[in-house]
Design a protein. Structure first.
Ligand code: 1GP
Length: 237
């Protein structure tokens, strides 16, 4: 419970957290060293690893390369049970509670159990909520689910609260990687005001103002994927 307890403590002390999301499909292992160096220079507090459709098998190798030069906790953010590596420290055990596809609500989780039992990963139950963000995102396509209407904040809050009542330890508001529109600040605000557990926000956040806006609205941890992927000097600017 080390990683989760740290998130709880940070929330209690109003210390904001930042995760850099690495998609193993988009990473060239030969560049891993530079990547790690840039991560070390950034304000990141966590590294998330995952993607909707990771197909290559560089996961273990990538994580061990990162671990060699970086002390940040590595948290898996898997699209399916094939993306589990015991080299990581923890896993966001996601249930896509905004969707109505049983595969992503419970089927993948059941299949992941025997794999997880062979690891020492800290398992963190996470209610994953996809919010409509303009055009169709990979999460939407791969999960075959409909995101929640961003003009219906009450229903989004209700979904997050259902997750909390079911025992989720975190709620993740997701606009989708590379989303045109990030999760609106009004939604972050309303959800965070109505939750006791920590709130993660990600998808389509491309500048420091966007990060700040999410924090000011109540996000406890912000996830940056595409912006860092496109420009490893993103945080130096
Ligand atoms: C995606 O929330 C993450 O799952 C990050 O999204 O790639 O748009 O930063 P971006």
């Amino acid at each position: 419970t080390k990683i989760y307890n740290h998130i709880l403590k940070s929330k209690a002390e109003n210390e904001k957290l930042l995760a850099i999301l690495l998609d193993p499909d988009k990473i060239d292992l030969n560049n891993a060293e530079v990547l790690v160096e840039k991560i070390n220079q950034s304000p990141a507090t966590h590294i998330f690893i995952g993607g909707s459709q990771v197909e290559n098998n560089i996961l273990d190798e990538l994580i061990s390369k990162i671990k060699g030069d970086c002390d940040l906790p590595i948290v898996l953010f898997p699209g399916n049970p094939s993306q589990i590596s015991d080299q990581a420290d923890a896993i966001l055990f996601l249930s896509l509670i905004s969707g109505r596809n049983p595969d992503y609500l419970i089927e993948h989780q059941v299949n992941a159990v025997p794999i997880l039992q062979q690891t020492n990963l800290e398992v963190i139950s996470t209610g994953y909520i996809l919010i409509e963000s303009g055009t169709e995102t990979a999460v939407e396509r791969v999960s075959k689910t409909t995101p929640l209407d961003r003009n219906n904040p009450e229903y989004i809050v209700q979904t997050a609260q259902a997750g909390e009542m079911l025992g989720n330890k975190l709620i993740y508001l997701e606009a989708g990687s590379g989303a045109d529109i990030a999760v609106p600040k009004e939604i972050i605000k309303l959800v965070s005001q109505n939750l006791k557990i920590p709130l993660i926000v990600g998808g389509g956040i491309i500048d420091l103002q966007g990060i700040q806006k999410a924090y000011n609205s109540g996000a406890d941890l912000v996830v940056i994927g595409t912006a860092f992927e496109k420009d490893v000097d993103f945080f130096n600017k």
